[in-house]
Design a protein around this ligand. Structure first.
Ligand code: TLP
Length: 341
């Protein structure tokens, strides 16, 4: 039985499955700073294998994973290219400027997709006045564009421009398994076009804590040292790594259910006159409820009364489907909402 979790705010709210809780309980433990926690070692082995990279590092969060990867790729004063609505640029507290002393150069995407020509133009030429451009960051799925899955050819087009210009490529793949499932490809087809990848275990894959960073061994070794510097060297971390092994080996295929539920939700909301703003490809539905004359307060009140968590702001909100929400829950949400609009 899946524990109900009627919360549309994010897939970060997912709680571990019974199997994950049991795995934590039974996990063999050691001190991971000495690299002798067998469960973390196993998670890092499996993570590298599934994502098709040489080495892997278990980190506390997506934000920390992106930070240590970017630090490992760059030197103080470098410039890095990011999509202008990317999570790293918008939502990670300016860490790249504070910790990396890096310049950011943003490129405007359409539905999360950057035009490779715009990336090319954003790369600085060698000139005594300019900082060196050394890294391109890509986000897949793209969160604020609506959980859009960038295709394998799109990923390749970024990679080609980056490599022509000697840039590293870091993929913020917080939800890259959602992209793989939506596109019907092995995740490695996507990750082959990035040097380093950060994936979140604690979103749709339902582990309680943590992310993985994968890439070449020399970069991951550097990232491990930066993780220590940032206070992320964990000790008996196997207790939180154990659910992560289940996340990457057993929870990927079920993401298709979240995507199907998001489509049911989007269709139902559209029928009620609530405007769906994004193309629903994965587990996110962005709505504009001003189309039925509702304010954020009206939306939040209705959701609370129906027993759901959702956080409307301004004229709309993001609704995320995930483990703990099933099709019957979506249907009953829509039936109840129909009585109120
Ligand atoms: N995203 C969270 C919020 O921070 C917005 C969410 O609810 O979607 N990359 C991407 C693309 C993300 O969406 C997130 C989290 C992260 C990185 C950071 O992961 P955490 O929260 O583990 O630091």
């Amino acid at each position: 039985m899946v524990e109900k979790n009627l919360d549309f705010r994010s897939d970060t709210v997912t709680r571990p499955s019974p199997e994950m809780r049991e795995a934590s309980y039974n996990a063999k433990l050691g001190d991971d700073v000495y690299q002798d926690d067998p469960t973390v070692i196993e998670l890092e082995r499996v993570g590298a294998e599934v994502l098709g990279k040489e080495a892997c590092l278990f980190v506390t969060s997506g934000t920390q994973g992106n930070a240590v990867a970017i630090l490992a790729h760059t030197n103080r004063g470098d410039e890095i290219i990011l999509e202008e609505r990317s999570h790293i640029y918008v939502n990670e507290v300016g860490g790249l400027a504070v910790m990396g002393q890096l310049m950011s150069r943003t490129v405007k995407g359409v539905n999360g997709h950057m035009d490779p020509e715009d990336i090319r133009k954003a790369v600085r030429i060698e000139n005594i006045h300019f900082p060196p451009t050394t890294l391109l960051c890509v986000e897949n799925t793209h969160n604020s564009a609506g959980g859009i899955a960038l295709t394998v050819p799109q990923m390749k087009s970024y990679w080609d421009v980056a490599k022509e210009n000697n840039l590293g490529v870091h993929l913020d793949g917080a939800r890259v398994f959602n992209a793989a499932v939506a596109l019907g490809v092995d995740v490695k087809e996507i990750t082959q076009y990035a040097d380093t990848v950060q994936i979140c275990l604690s979103k749709g894959l339902a582990a309680p804590v943590g992310s993985l960073v994968v890439g070449p061994k020399d970069i991951i070794d550097k990232a491990r040292k930066y993780r220590k510097m940032l206070g992320g060297g964990m000790r008996q971390a196997g207790i939180i790594a154990a659910p992560g092994i289940i996340a990457v080996t057993k929870m990927v295929d079920r993401l298709a259910e979240d995507h199907a539920n998001a489509k049911v939700l989007a269709e139902g909301l559209t029928k009620l006159g609530i405007k769906v703003v994004n193309e629903v490809q994965t587990n996110m539905v962005y709505v504009d409820f001003s189309s039925i004359g509702w304010t954020a307060e009206d939306w939040n009140k209705a959701c609370t009364e129906m027993g759901w968590k959702s956080r409307g702001r301004g004229t709309g909100t993001r609704l995320v489907t995930h483990y703990g929400i099933e099709e019957e829950d979506i249907n009953s949400f829509l039936e109840n909402l129909a009585k109120r609009v």
